[in-house]
Design a protein around this ligand. Structure first.
Ligand SMILES: [Zn+2]
Length: 113
């Protein structure tokens, strides 16, 4: 059994079963928390004009790449993509995808999504 992933800066736990997908309980002083909060605000603003579709994509942020790399134990290239689904007014699910050699990878890797 592998140890559950944690934020590489503050050691905060990942919420591995959270409907938001990539979700981390950062310490209040963690610089990655500020980046994540800023991105969430921007994603929420994007969700309004693009809300007609079930999902949208954008380039993964550097912070998302760092967090996912901590979760999977390998580097995540900067050309990774984040796919987002608006589940409700308060939850946007994020899944980061990238190509690792011949393999397409994603995190969280939940088949039922
Ligand atoms: Zn953190």
């Amino acid at each position: 059994m592998t140890a559950p992933p944690v934020c590489p800066e503050c050691g905060g736990s990942f919420f591995t079963d959270h409907p938001a997908g990539l979700a981390v309980q950062h310490e209040p002083t963690c610089s990655l928390l500020a980046h994540e909060d800023g991105r969430k605000v921007a994603d929420r603003q994007l969700a309004i004009p693009l809300g007609a579709g079930p999902a949208w994509r954008r380039p993964a942020t550097a912070t998302e790449c760092v967090l996912v790399a901590a979760a999977v134990g390998t580097t995540v290239p900067s050309m990774a993509t984040t796919t987002l689904w608006e589940l409700s007014g308060s939850i946007i699910r994020r899944v980061v995808t990238w190509t690792d050699g011949p393999n397409d990878r994603r995190w969280p890797d939940v088949d039922s999504w």
